[in-house]
Write a protein that binds this ligand. Structure first.
Ligand code: MV4
Length: 454
């Protein structure tokens, strides 16, 4: 049984893992960069080791130093959180070969789902609907144009090694295709050292709906319902909620079954997420799988009552999931607002610096997952998220009203944040009606004056 865990991450997720471990009686080791000495997760963990300089490449991405720290402190397992090394198959493999349990899927599953073309082909064989397009990576420009014409414009060009919207280009005709194809290939080569791309029919204004999966090492695979993540800007999610306002019990059953089949096809173990895009008619298509715990996992926790971090540790211990699909119920509604140190009135410019007064909301149906406090200095080296506000209630209406109330209480002085933007969205009729698609944010920003959320 796991008695001590190294947390290979920082910020709110590191704190989230420390908290779960505390309740389980598991010792924690924080690793941190020189920029995170004053971070809460370092102060609250049982032990802490500095692993390098402020830049991620010198600390949180240094697999060698993290594994050295794990061996010095004699931990049984490493929790990678999200980002950094969480979807690095080589790191998972290194952990495995050092006899340290990687709290996540087997490196084989990470590798499989990391190649977006192989992932698509794998789930397609398991009868999961995918978007019509090329069968795997395209071999040449000539072949690519042929497929684009056959599929019909608009088409989207995606990097095989991409994911999360990185390295995607849209083409509307043969002329723009030739250009976008080369841009996509060059960008992919530069970003991932893998220039391979594949094609899909471009689905316009889809919803982004993802399913939470839990799978144990004994072959039991369950889904914990969906999260609607349609409200995002430049592939950065801003708001996530569950259930999706678009969902029906029938569609959830179908999509949930497809999500479970996709995870089974990858011989998946631990927590993961199956991403779908859903068109206005309710047709849904597998897009990719995220082989990690995600930022928005608390939304699912509040709706189902299941602690996902504890389940990850339970599964890593080789134990069977203690519930079945029929035991999982979706009775509440939850919504998460990402609080970023950014200025939404100035094109979301980063706003690092010292937080003056910090007061986070509370009360019935309010959860704040954050690592910051009054006087905390936000380092400029990492992503800008300083916390997550999760509000929940019996109905969507109650969750939204609660979110508006909580956002009005939330005080973060000294820096700019996305709090006022979230308040404006919570009061927006289109959002309240549950009509948001992935096109929502762009439309909202173009019809709203920045003064409204500065
Ligand atoms: C698409 C698409 C339309 N058609 N694929 C973006 C993130 C990546 N996971 C997949 N993405 C998309 N793939 C086809 N064939 C539209 C998107 C997309 C999107 C998806 C989810 C959330 C926000 C998005 C914003 C723009 C585009």
């Amino acid at each position: 049984m796991i008695q001590k865990i190294l947390i290979a991450n920082r910020g709110e997720i590191a704190l989230r893992i420390v908290r779960a471990c505390r309740e389980l009686g598991i010792k924690t080791l924080a690793v941190y960069s020189e920029a995170d000495v004053q971070s809460l997760h370092v102060q609250l963990a049982d032990e802490a080791i500095c692993i390098g300089g402020p830049k991620s490449a010198d600390s949180y991405l240094r697999a060698d130093r993290i594994i050295s720290a794990a061996e010095i402190a004699d931990v049984d397992a490493i929790h990678p959180g999200y980002g950094f090394l969480s979807e690095n198959a080589k790191f998972a493999e290194q952990c495995e070969s050092c006899n340290i349990k990687f709290i996540g899927p087997k490196s084989k599953s990470i590798k499989l789902m990391g190649d977006k073309a192989i992932a698509k082909e794998t789930v397609r064989k398991a009868s999961v609907q995918t978007v019509p397009g090329s069968d795997g990576p395209v071999e040449s420009e000539a072949e690519a144009v042929k497929i684009a014409r056959k599929v019909g414009y608009p088409v989207i060009i995606k990097a095989v090694a991409g994911g999360g919207g990185r390295g995607m280009r849209i083409a509307h005709n043969d002329v723009s295709f030739a250009k976008e194809y080369h841009v996509a290939r060059n960008e992919a080569e530069k970003a991932f050292s893998d220039g391979r791309v594949y094609l899909e029919k471009y689905i316009e204004r889809p919803r982004h709906i993802e399913f939470q999966i839990l799978a144990d090492s004994h072959g039991k695979v369950l889904h914990l319902g969906e999260r609607d993540c349609s409200v995002q800007r430049r592939h950065q999610k801003l708001i996530e909620e569950s259930p999706s306002p678009f969902m029906t019990p029938d569609l959830r059953k179908k999509m949930g079954k497809a999500a479970v089949r996709a995870a089974e096809a990858a011989e998946y173990e631990n927590a993961g997420t199956i991403e779908f895009i859903v068109d206005a008619k309710g047709n849904f298509y597998f897009i990719e799988m995220n082989t990690r715990i995600q930022v928005e996992h608390p939304v699912t926790e509040e709706v189902t009552g299941i602690d996902l971090i504890k389940q990850q540790i339970h599964i890593a211990n080789g134990l069977e999931l203690e519930f079945d699909q029929k035991d999982i119920t979706f009775t509440k509604h939850a919504i998460e607002c990402r609080i970023n140190a950014e200025d939404p009135a100035r094109n979301f410019a980063p706003s690092p610096g010292t937080i003056g007064l910090y007061y986070s909301p509370g009360g019935h149906g309010v959860r704040v997952d954050s690592h910051v406090y009054s006087g905390y200095v936000i380092p400029p080296y990492y992503d800008s998220m300083i916390g997550k506000l999760i509000c929940f209630g019996a109905t969507r209406k109650m969750a939204l009203e609660r979110a508006y109330r909580a956002l009005s209480e939330y005080l973060v002085r000294g820096i700019k944040t996305t709090i006022p933007l979230h308040r404006a969205i919570m009061a927006d009729p289109l959002f309240i009606e549950g009509k948001a698609t992935t096109a929502y944010m762009e439309e909202f920003l173009s019809r709203t004056t920045p003064e409204l959320f500065s």
